[in-house]
Ligand binder design. Structure first.
Ligand SMILES: [Fe+2]
Length: 198
């Protein structure tokens, strides 16, 4: 059986086949950043996930603050569509507040911290299908897939080095409701993957 890191690196047709076989046995859930996420495989080499932005549908958390970091290293491979990735430099400052993500089971909530920060764009890239890119642990970024467009990425996460990812939000603390991850139809995703190998 192939490891997560081996599946991630497979040629396109083989990766599409592995994804559809594993997706059938998995569960797809809406993610607070507005896309659909399904875990395909988890082992000591990492966790392999499929991220899907369906055409015309996003379910972002409230408030919809897209700038975040991760508690793990990410390798990402765009399989279908185009994904914009904007990186940010976040430092001590006075224009934004840092929030941390608190999980309860698969649900999550933002928790304000005392840290006021500044946040400025440090670079952006538009990634077409076929592109692979890396996001080192702690890199603040934002993914952009316009709601009218469809995209599919394969994501390899290293094991977490710390517990809570961070989100950049407003200094004033708004109402921060719990985000419940609702299920999404696997069939829709299978139809898109089916087209990859044709
Ligand atoms: Fe991210």
């Amino acid at each position: 059986m192939r490891s997560a890191i081996e599946v991630f690196a497979l040629p396109l047709e083989a990766v599409a086949l592995e994804i559809s076989q594993r997706l059938i046995a998995s569960e797809a859930l809406w993610h607070p950043l507005g896309f659909v996420s399904a875990t395909l495989l988890k082992d000591e080499s990492g966790t392999l996930k499929l991220h899907f932005w369906p055409k015309g549908d996003r379910r972002s958390k409230t408030p919809d603050w897209p700038i975040h970091d991760h508690a793990f290293h990410i390798s990402s491979r765009v399989l279908v569509g185009t994904v914009g990735s904007v990186r940010y430099e976040v430092a001590s400052g006075s224009t934004h507040r840092r929030y941390s993500v608190v999980y309860s089971d698969s649900d999550s909530k933002l928790k304000p911290t005392e840290h006021l920060v500044s946040c400025r764009e440090a670079g952006r890239a538009i990634m077409q299908a076929g592109t692979k890119y890396e996001l080192p642990i702690g890199t603040y970024h934002e993914n952009i897939v316009p709601a009218a467009e469809l995209a599919l990425t394969l994501v390899l996460k290293s094991s977490a080095l710390y517990t809570s990812p961070n989100v950049v939000g407003t200094i004033a603390i708004p109402d921060l409701p719990l985000y419940r991850r609702s299920p999404y139809s696997i069939e829709d995703m299978l139809t898109v993957i089916d087209k990859i190998s044709r």
